[in-house]
Design a protein around this ligand. Structure first.
Ligand SMILES: [Zn+2]
Ligand SMILES: [Zn+2]
Length: 276
């Protein structure tokens, strides 16, 4: 009996197969027609489905990639090299279209990470107690000698838990400048040339009123010369020193300049579109 059943199944399958092969073109044509007729509907359905189950799908894919790391890598590699030109074009178009959005998201992410890290580090300048995110900077307690840059990368590494914070502390921009001066790195007591330019800067600071136009702080170390209209990039002087010299020697007016301290500069810059 069992053998017979098996035979029957086989023969049914054979028959189906024969029929399929005989009507193959017809079938394919019908399938194609069906596909095109319902293309739009199907795409909508898939999009809708993806939107509804987005989190789930992403999680599932992520898990799959984690468990099949080698296969996933191989797949991505093939995808990339197989469609390299297409892919790079697509990327370029994508970035061109969404540039603003991407920058905005980067900015948001930056501030999110910075606020978390600043909170971890106590949330205020260890010297003056300033709490504004925009002026707070991360510093190495015992100096760093330029080995590790205190930029976005450091923030991200702390955020991801890849780096400890025991040797770090927060200072605001103003306190940082003062600190550097106390340590003698900004040239108060260094070479004659530096002393010369120091004098120049002091004169310029005096000419410009001697205090921050926003908060009124008078500490020379933290005061900076600014272009009122934020068009510093068009200034032909590449270095501040040359600018100071020109002002002192009367080769340049000071109508378009003003003084702000480092903190107020950061606050000002981050409200303009140039800032982060
Ligand atoms: Zn401070
Ligand atoms: Zn100020």
């Amino acid at each position: 009996m069992i053998v017979n059943v098996g035979k029957n199944i086989l023969s049914v399958r054979d028959r189906n197969r024969k029929w399929y092969l005989a009507h193959r073109q017809e079938r394919l044509k019908k399938m194609r027609e069906y596909y095109y007729a319902h293309q739009e509907k199907n795409r909508k359905y898939r999009e809708e489905y993806y939107r509804k189950h987005k989190e789930e799908i992403i999680k599932k894919n992520g898990e799959y990639e984690k468990n099949h790391r080698e296969q996933a890598r191989e797949y991505h590699r093939k995808q990339y090299w197989g469609n390299k030109e297409k892919e790079s074009k697509r990327k370029k178009r994508f970035y061109a279209e969404k540039r603003e959005e991407i920058l905005k998201r980067q900015r948001e992410r930056y501030w999110m990470i910075k606020s978390k890290v600043v909170n971890m580090l106590g949330g205020r300048c260890v010297r003056c107690g300033a709490t504004d995110l925009k002026v707070l900077q991360i510093n190495h307690k015992n100096g760093n000698n330029g080995k590790e840059k205190c930029g976005v990368k450091l923030l991200t590494r702390i955020f991801l838990g890849k780096r400890g914070i025991e040797d770090l502390e927060l200072r605001c921009a103003n306190c940082n400048f003062k600190y550097e001066y106390e340590r003698g790195r900004c040239g108060l007591n260094n070479t004659p040339q530096k002393r010369y330019y120091r004098k120049m800067k002091d004169k310029v600071v005096e000419m410009l009123g001697g205090k921050c136009v926003v908060c009124g702080i008078q500490d020379k170390e933290v005061l900076q010369v600014n272009h009122k209209e934020m068009d510093g990039k068009f200034e032909e002087h590449r270095s501040g020193n040359m600018l100071y010299q020109d002002i002192v020697k009367g080769r340049r007016g000071i109508e378009d300049l003003d003084l702000r301290c480092a903190n107020c500069n950061f606050l000002y810059n981050s409200t303009s579109e140039l800032g982060r």
